[in-house]
Design a protein around this ligand. Structure first.
Ligand SMILES: [Zn+2]
Length: 410
């Protein structure tokens, strides 16, 4: 498994490029991102790709056979990281794609993309790289980071040519992204690979529970309007409801009680609610139901609830034909049909799917761990993913050959 070992070594090498010593923290357009791009560029060039930086700082490597007459398969993932990241989130998909196309006799034109920004750390808006590639870059240029710098200014000071072509080429026919699962499902099934059928939609809300703060010693229990007790009763109900619905996940990830002193009844609580499901109707119904339950639970305690909708993002289906190709290539690589999965996390494939048919292959995350320094992969799983990706390249080659022959005779 020398290919898989090289992929893992390269991912670990990229993890040493960071803005904060002793950890891997590499947000959009920082100095360590420049160093990573330099190294990935070298690897792409040794794999025979012609490399350039586009207008959003995405690194794009195109195979020599690519021209406007040949359909092009896009491969890749992102090169930025969250703070204190692991070594494989994002970069695995880029490095593995380079390894897959490095073999001689590439059967099809390919483009490997290292998206510059997916995590949304610097500008608090994710998917900047892939959004720009699908033609939505202009609306992002005015976003500001915590220091007040805009995306346009950051691109300029990084040395990105604002006029560089950023959109996907018209001959781009499909996008395949390999990514670590970032969850425990494949490990629980004891399977190396999974094929993603859909990326779950997300609803995010902020709820404000408003009761009455008062003296913790002098206010009898039956005369209280405790906002935190109301929020707590509700969040246990959220967990119960989500468990009762297949595939639904609902999370109260942040709770803040005010005034926040041990001898004062909490008068106000702010809580977040995140709801995800592959079926938008189920997600929307769940969101409504959980907001209604917040109202009824709080009302019984004399607490009012205000709701703000933060995000309503539809689920994105992966392309059925690509899912089929990945499934048979993975079955060939591993000896058994891989499980079909829903991704609970967002990925670049979700954005690119708006432009070209897209699909994803998940690689088992040992310990189910991600966005964490201990994030890892198994060599044999990476080898299977590499074989799967090469299988997809071959299938694409077989599929496009008759068209090319026809075109040659036309
Ligand atoms: Zn990622």
């Amino acid at each position: 498994m020398p290919g898989a070992r090289r992929v893992i070594e390269r991912c670990r090498e990229l993890a040493t490029f960071t803005e904060v010593a002793g950890e891997t923290t590499r947000p959009f357009l920082c100095e360590s991102a420049r160093a990573v791009q330099g190294l990935v560029r070298q690897w792409m060039e040794s794999a025979g790709l012609e490399v350039r930086l586009d207008g959003m700082g995405n690194l794009r490597g195109v195979s020599a056979r690519a021209d406007a007459s040949t359909t092009r398969l896009l491969l890749g993932s992102h090169l930025d990281t969250v703070p204190r990241a692991g070594a494989f989130d994002g970069v695995l998909g880029v490095v593995l794609a380079i390894e897959a196309v490095a073999a001689d006799g590439l059967p099809i034109a390919v483009e490997v993309i290292g998206f510059s920004e997916e995590e949304g750390v610097r500008f608090r808006r994710p998917f900047l790289g892939s959004l720009a590639a699908v033609g939505r870059g202009a609306e992002l240029h005015g976003l500001r980071d915590a220091a007040g710098e805009t995306v346009a200014e950051a691109l300029r000071s990084f040395g990105v040519d604002a006029g560089a072509e950023t959109g996907l080429a018209p001959e781009a026919a499909a996008y395949v992204e390999v990514h670590i699962e970032q969850g425990p499902v494949l490990e629980s099934l004891d399977r190396p690979l999974g094929v993603v059928e859909a990326i779950a939609g997300q609803s995010r809300y902020t709820l404000r529970f408003v009761g009455q703060s008062n003296h913790a010693g002098t206010t009898p229990m039956h005369l209280r309007r405790d906002a935190l007790a109301a929020a707590a009763a509700w969040l246990v109900a959220v967990e119960g409801y989500a468990r009762s619905e297949e595939g639904l996940v609902a999370t109260v990830g942040r709770v803040e009680a005010r005034p926040g002193a041990s001898n004062i009844i909490p008068g106000e609580v702010t809580a977040t609610l995140d709801v995800r499901h592959r079926d938008d109707a189920v997600r929307e119904r769940a969101g409504q139901e959980l907001l209604t339950r917040a109202q009824t639970t709080a009302e019984r305690r004399g607490v009012a609830v205000e709701v703000r909708v933060e995000l309503a993002q539809a689920a994105v289906a992966m392309d059925a034909e690509l899912v089929g190709m990945l499934t048979s290539a993975a079955a060939e690589a591993t000896g058994s049909t891989p499980p079909r999965m829903t991704s609970g996390a967002g990925h670049d494939a979700m954005i690119v799917a708006g432009r070209v048919p897209s699909a994803m292959l998940f690689v088992r995350s040992p310990g189910g761990l991600s966005h964490h320094p201990d994030e890892t992969v198994r060599t044999e799983d990476v080898a299977a993913a590499l074989m799967t990706l090469r299988g997809v390249l071959r299938m694409f080659g077989e599929r496009s050959t008759p068209e090319r022959t026809e075109a040659a005779h036309a």
